[in-house]
Each structure stands twice: as structure tokens, then as C-alpha cells.
Design a protein around this ligand. Structure first.
Ligand SMILES: NC(=O)c1ccc[n+]([C@@H]2O[C@H](COP(=O)([O-])OP(=O)(O)OC[C@H]3O[C@@H](n4cnc5c(N)ncnc54)[C@H](OP(=O)(O)O)[C@@H]3O)[C@@H](O)[C@H]2O)c1
Length: 227
């Protein structure tokens, strides 16, 4: 499909992959509604791209409901919704995982994805069309020691996305799972992995994700390990 004039909502768009996705969609003349918690950063990105900023904490259901409502109020529809907002906690052995931080991460990585998918689904059912894209992770299924909490939060989102796809299919709604490998973003702040040099630039990964949406039959499960 052509992405020109398509209404695209992206969570976690103040930096990293979300910002790169927004820049890529903007270059294809999509209409953008961008969400994140950091007001200044979000407003800067939106100013640069002519997008609508909606301050949103995806862990708060009412914020996500408001995000969808603002998008529909401004543009009358939602063609593509990307659940990209995500966090990780410091890698530690299981015995040392900070349970409070683990809960907070699950609220964002799983519940944020759930709330976003649900609001998109409600609107797209009315439209009888739309695409939901969930940004997951390859590392979730690798079972790497010391990454159990992040991996579990993403595995839960991976599982949810499969159910979502099967529930949405008959309504003409596509659900796409993206499994990126390591990205050169601030995600790893304070704990940069040893092989960071081999990580992928966010802009190139964004290009692959967006290009997949332009083809007549997008891949439902897209793994990106090399760009
Ligand atoms: N980096 C990697 O190596 C890698 C690999 C595989 C998958 N991923 C996934 O890719 C996605 C993007 O990661 P990234 O590398 O771009 O990370 P990043 O540079 O840290 O950006 C994360 C984005 O999510 C937003 N965010 C975090 N918590 C939020 C919340 N509660 N509500 C709304 N927005 C929130 C942040 O904005 P605010 O702080 O302003 O809210 C920011 O815009 C994540 O889902 C991550 O799990 C990353």
C-alpha cells in the first residue's frame, strides 16, 4: 500500500527506533501522531516532522485511550498503529532481579502493547481495515543468561501478538510482529553490550519495517538481524 496520507500512530517516538520510524513515514508523506512521556523531546520531533504530539505513558490505560481519541479526532481514522515504546532493566542474575522494576517494565512492554493494540483494534474494526505493528525482540527467545526479566516481558508480548493476529484477521486487520536484533540506540544506556559495534542503526531498521508495509502482502513475522 502507498503510505502517503496514511494515518500512523507510533508510541515511544521521542527517540531511538520510534523516532526513526516517524522520520521514515514522514519522508513517505504519512500523517503522524506521535506518543512518548518526554514532553520536550516529543515536541521537538513533532515540530521537525509536522506531527501531532500526544504526551502518553503507555503503562496508563487512560493515556492510551486518549492517544487513540486524539488521533481519530484530528484525522478521522487510524491506518497503522505501532506499539514501539519499550524499556529494559539492568541485566542481572535472576536472584538479583529488582521485582518492582520488573513489574514496571511489564506494565510498559506487555500492558502498553496490549492497551495500544486494543485501542487500535476498536477503531480498525469500525474501519474494517488497518495494520497493527508490534516491536518485539529476538533476544526474548534466546534465553540469554541475565536477561530473564526483559525476555519474559517481551515473550509475553510475542504471545499476545499471536492471539491478536488470529482475533483480528477476520476483521480485515493485519497484525505484524517485528523481531529486531541489537539496535544502536540509548536503550542500552549505562550497560552497553560488548558487541555494540555490530548493532544496527535505527534508521536502517526503520526503513525495513516501513518498506514491509508497502508491499501487497507484508511479512507477518519480520526478523531483522542485518541491514
Ligand atoms: N535497542 C535494541 O537493541 C532493541 C532490540 C530489540 C528490540 N528493541 C525494542 O525496540 C523498541 C524501541 O527501543 P529503542 O532501542 O528505540 O529504545 P530507546 O531509544 O530507549 O527508546 C524507547 C522509546 O520508548 C519510549 N517509552 C519508554 N517507556 C514509555 C512509556 N511508559 N510510555 C511511552 N513511551 C515510553 C521512550 O520515550 P520516553 O522516555 O520519552 O517516554 C522512547 O521514545 C523497544 O520496544 C525495545 O524493546 C530494542
Amino acid at each position: 500500500m502507498t503510505l502517503q496520507n496514511k494515518v500512523v500512530v507510533i508510541t515511544g517516538a521521542s527517540k531511538g527506533l520510534g523516532k526513526a520510524l516517524a522520520q521514515d513515514f514522514a519522508s513517505r508523506k504519512s500523517k503522524l501522531v506521535l506518543a512518548a512521556r518526554s514532553k520536550t523531546e516529543l515536541e521537538e520531533v513533532c515540530k521537525e516532522l509536522g506531527a501531532l504530539p500526544v504526551l502518553t505513558d503507555v503503562a496508563q490505560e487512560e493515556d492510551v485511550v486518549n492517544l487513540a481519541a486524539k488521533a481519530v479526532k484530528k484525522f478521522g481514522k487510524i491506518d497503522i498503529w505501532i506499539n514501539n515504546a519499550g524499556v529494559r532493566i539492568k541485566r542481572t542474575p535472576i536472584e538479583e532481579v529488582d521485582i518492582k522494576k520488573f513489574h514496571e517494565m511489564v506494565e510498559i512492554n506487555l500492558f502498553g502493547t496490549f492497551y495500544g493494540s486494543r485501542e487500535a483494534l476498536k477503531q480498525m474494526r469500525k474501519q474494517k481495515a488497518g495494520t497493527i505493528v508490534n516491536i518485539l525482540s529476538t533476544s526474548a527467545s534466546e534465553g540469554k543468561p541475565t536477561a530473564s526479566a526483559y525476555g519474559a516481558s517481551k515473550m509475553a508480548a510475542i504471545g499476545f501478538t499471536k492471539f491478536l493476529r488470529n482475533e483480528a484477521r477476520d476483521a480485515g486487520i493485519k497484525v505484524i510482529s517485528i523481531f529486531p536484533g541489537g539496535l544502536k540506540t540509548n536503550f542500552h544506556q549505562g550497560q552497553v553490550p560488548k558487541d555494540y559495534d555490530r548493532f544496527m542503526p535505527a534508521a536502517r531498521v526503520a526503513e525495513k519495517i516501513v518498506s514491509n508495509l508497502e508491499v501487497p502482502e507484508p511479512q507477518e513475522e519480520l526478523t531483522i538481524l542485518k541491514v
